[in-house]
Design a protein around this ligand. Structure first.
Ligand SMILES: Cc1cc2nc3c(=O)[nH]c(=O)nc-3n(C[C@H](O)[C@H](O)[C@H](O)COP(=O)(O)O)c2cc1C
Length: 412
């Protein structure tokens, strides 16, 4: 894809969300790491999320971070359910901020997808044998007592008291997130986790006010949003990730997502992060061909129909493609996950590819200085020329760059 270059590509224009300004529109999409220690982050997160900030991304999400311990998928998933977690996240967030990026938390609760191994063990459910090896299984929560996978263990169907307690957990996690220095908070309402389980008729068979009609199924999502918005500062943006379409046909489609996005906007959400799939199976929507930008159309529909900012995500790897999505008004933010994992310096390379006037502005001054010098050397000495060792044993060392520049002794 080719887009005409312009001085500041749109990908690199700052975005202001409430009072928070991100230096560009590249967002590191949430990525679970499965390396936490009783919910708290380790050095892995400092390095891993730090490298994305060093590479120039404007907004750095960490990973789905559970609002209560039993809302984790595995024993090694991240959480922010304990005050002792706050200082460890703050260390990471201070570092990210020092590099000019905005730290963001995705708060979540996996509901019925709890008590499993991580992806390297194919997310197999924990068993009594695992329990004897220190990985005790536990019962997940859900709107209805239906397993996440056929033959899987039954979750506890939440009653009104459970819902009340759960809302308190979201509120307290949001409070801790402020203390930990996050500037953006996202509610994970996608990928078959607890909120999505309430939204989808596949997993929500309730007959009370939290089930049945779309309005009933949206109630829990909106109550979580209200609980978080009540404590999340009015000058900081709130994101909400949705599965824009899901199911095997007709269970959750764009009309449902548009209705949800309208409600989210009315309840104080600033950005809808448009993903898809996950209510059944392995967390992906198999019917969806994985072409570049396969979910960007959802971001476009929601942005244009509802008038709310959106993030587009899903196999966006080509800078010109990212730029075109923004310029065409299909989304406000471009989220990348695997591409940044593959290449944390993607923003820098995208800036070069899009003809940004000063790509090195994206990296820390310490690195920019050295890289600028390298650019200068490249200009001064044309490539393809080999340089002789400029002095013999009896010669003086010419410790003067100027002298060398004046008369580079080159051999063809
Ligand atoms: C290792 C890994 C972990 C992920 N963890 C999360 C997560 O915690 N929360 C979430 O909403 N999405 C998660 N995702 C999905 C990504 O945020 C993203 O939506 C998806 O990978 C598509 O974007 P991509 O094609 O740029 O990778 C994860 C993806 C990967 C690769």
């Amino acid at each position: 894809m080719n887009v005409a270059p312009r001085e500041v590509p749109m990908l690199f224009t700052p975005i202001k969300l409430r009072s928070v300004v991100a230096r560009n529109r590249i967002m590191c999409s949430p990525m679970c790491q499965y390396v936490s220690d009783d919910g708290g982050p380790t050095d892995w997160q400092l390095i891993n999320f730090g490298r994305f900030a060093m590479g120039g991304s404007g907004i750095i999400f960490g990973e789905e971070t559970a609002v209560e311990a039993r809302g984790r998928k595995t024993h090694h998933c991240a959480g922010i359910y304990n005050d002792s977690h706050v200082a460890a996240y703050r260390r990471i967030n201070d570092f990210i901020k020092s590099l000019g990026s905005v730290p963001a938390i995705q708060m979540g609760h996996c509901g019925r997808k709890a008590s499993a191994h991580g992806p390297l063990q194919d997310r197999a459910p924990l068993t009594e044998v695992d329990g004897r090896n220190g990985l005790q299984p536990w019962q997940g929560l859900a709107p209805s007592a239906l397993p996440a996978i056929p033959g899987g263990s039954l979750p506890h169907a939440m009653d009104r008291d459970d819902i009340r307690e759960n809302l308190a957990a979201w509120r307290e996690a949001a409070q801790r997130s402020i203390d930990a220095g996050y500037d953006i908070c996202e509610i994970h309402g996608a990928h078959g986790y607890l909120i999505h389980q309430f939204l989808s008729p596949v997993s929500n068979k309730r007959t009370d006010g939290y089930g049945g009609s779309l309005e009933g199924r949206m109630r829990f999502a909106l109550e979580v949003t209200d609980a978080v918005r009540a404590v999340w500062p009015a000058d900081k943006p709130l994101f909400f990730r949705i599965s824009s379409i899901d199911g095997t046909g007709g269970e959750w489609g764009m009309d449902d997502s548009l209705a949800l996005a309208r409600e989210l906007k009315a309840h104080g959400v600033d950005v809808v992060d448009c993903s898809s799939g996950g209510i059944t199976g392995d967390g992906t929507l198999a019917a969806l061909p994985r072409v570049p930008g396969y979910q960007a159309g959802y971001a476009r529909e929601i942005k244009q129909e509802v008038g709310i900012a959106t993030a587009a995500v899903g196999l966006i790897t080509d800078p010109s493609h990212a730029e075109a999505i923004l310029r065409d008004g299909h989304a406000d933010i471009i989220a990348l996950a695997r591409e940044l994992m593959d290449n944390p310096n993607w923003p820098l390379q995208a800036a070069r590819a899009l003809g940004h006037a000063d790509p090195l502005d994206l990296v820390h001054a310490r690195e920019a200085q050295r890289l600028r010098l390298r650019e200068q050397h490249r200009k001064e000495y044309p490539s393809g020329l080999a340089v002789d060792i400029p002095f013999g044993p009896s010669e003086q060392v010419p410790y003067s760059w100027a002298a060398l520049n004046a008369e580079p002794r080159v051999r063809r």
